[in-house]
Design a protein around this ligand. Structure first.
Ligand SMILES: [Cu+2]
Length: 113
């Protein structure tokens, strides 16, 4: 039954598409967002909604970032080791830079606006 085998191959091939697309979308709290893989450092603005200096994590309510295809949203980022967080607090309006790190983005600079 050659025709049946062909149909099976076609159905299997079609069903594989969404599975691969889902596997690409592995961004932790940002699951569901479509991220461009090759983006370099990008600058944006936002407000600090949470900051953890010891664990070097910051949560930012950021503006839309067209370079990453991100809408405005609140999300957490790891902060690069060289970035000084001591002068920053929850509620601060900031300008920050993101650079690709692992499967997501990390903050490579951040300062009060
Ligand atoms: Cu985001």
């Amino acid at each position: 039954m050659k025709l049946k085998n062909l149909m099976t191959a076609v159905v299997f091939g079609l069903s594989l598409g969404p599975v691969l697309a889902a596997a690409d979308n592995n961004m932790g709290s940002m699951s569901g967002m479509d991220t461009k893989e090759s983006a370099g450092p990008v600058q944006s603005r936002g407000v600090i909604t949470m900051i953890n200096t010891e664990n070097r994590k910051v949560t930012l309510k950021h503006e839309p970032i067209p370079a990453l295809n991100w809408p405005g949203m609140t999300m957490g980022f790891p902060v690069a080791p060289e970035v000084d967080l001591d002068a920053l607090d929850k509620g601060d309006k900031v300008v920050f830079t993101l650079a690709p790190a692992g499967k997501g983005q990390q903050v490579t600079s951040i300062r009060k606006q």
